[in-house]
Design a protein around this ligand. Structure first.
Ligand SMILES: [Zn+2]
Length: 285
């Protein structure tokens, strides 16, 4: 059966299921054991949040989710490193493609947001960021920030040539604009600090303000000029996905190899704090 992205027809937000088997039967989360349903070519269509991983954090409309693998199911503790493969890679693909992820919460999760018993379908979330980290038990884990869909009803459009069986709902990458990012962009006259390009559109120049240390949970980076770069959309995605970073000598580097790619374009009035650049680099070790 084709993987279905988005809401399952006939299932409403808040619907309760007595067991994983019942939720699987309803098509909300097909696997009966795995926490992530997905393929690394297609993306992840659903996850279960039920307290099985010690590094998970639930804030209701926002979830910091731990990838799978290296976990002792009896204790919930990590006993080995995780890798960006299988379901973990599927969630990363969902982030890149803006695919909706169904969230099923189980009674074992954070008591404030979890059902008292069984499992509850809690609607659609989007993966807006992923990174690696060292978890509580000292092993490398992959972490994902999921945020609830801002829309009540996601528009689902089957791609041309496909039946309605396989549904998609996509969202654009959220680009935060604040007084600080605006100031940085204007100072650089919308020229990318990495590649030097200035993107012209019919309505003027376009650039994005990129935070090195991400704002929002759990990173809580500051929205201040020393944490913001003026970037073109391509280099913004490269930075957010850990393809490039900034080293302590203010050079742009390829994060995987450490190879310098060139000097970061800075200005006397706009310098980047190395602490924030180092924080960003550590997200993709
Ligand atoms: Zn650029």
């Amino acid at each position: 059966m084709a993987r279905l992205f988005g809401d399952v027809p006939g299932v409403q937000n808040g619907d309760l299921f007595p067991s994983r088997a019942a939720a699987s039967q309803a098509g909300v989360h097909r696997p009966t054991m795995a926490g992530i349903s997905g393929g690394q070519a297609e993306g992840a269509d659903s996850i279960v949040v039920s307290g099985g991983y010690e590094d998970d954090r639930d804030f209701g409309d926002e979830i910091i989710y731990t990838g799978h693998g290296g976990n002792d199911p009896a204790s919930g503790r990590q006993v080995a490193d995780q890798r960006l493969e299988a379901g973990n890679l599927a969630l990363a693909v969902s982030a890149d493609r803006g695919l909706p992820v169904r969230v099923l919460r189980g009674a074992g999760g954070d008591p404030q947001y979890s059902p008292p018993s069984g499992f509850r379908y809690d609607g659609l979330f989007y993966v807006d960021r992923y990174w690696s980290d060292v978890g509580k038990s000292g092993y490398r884990i992959w972490r994902y920030r999921l945020a609830r869909s801002p829309r009540q009803n996601d528009v689902t459009n089957p791609p041309p040539g496909r039946s309605g069986q396989q549904r998609y709902a996509t969202t654009q990458r959220l680009v935060r604009n604040t007084a600080v990012t605006q100031w940085v962009k204007e100072l650089h006259e919308y020229r990318c600090q990495v590649c030097g390009r200035r993107l012209e559109t019919p309505s003027g120049a376009y650039a994005e303000g990129a935070h090195l240390r991400p704002v929002g949970r759990p990173h809580n980076g500051p929205d201040s000029p020393e944490n913001v770069l003026c970037l073109c959309p391509n280099d913004h995605v490269r930075l957010d996905r850990g393809v490039i970073g900034v080293d302590s000598a203010q050079r742009v580097i390829e994060l995987g190899t450490g190879r310098p790619l060139g000097k970061l374009r800075t200005m006397p009035r706009h310098q980047v704090a190395d602490a924030h650049a180092a924080y960003h680099r550590a997200l993709f070790l």
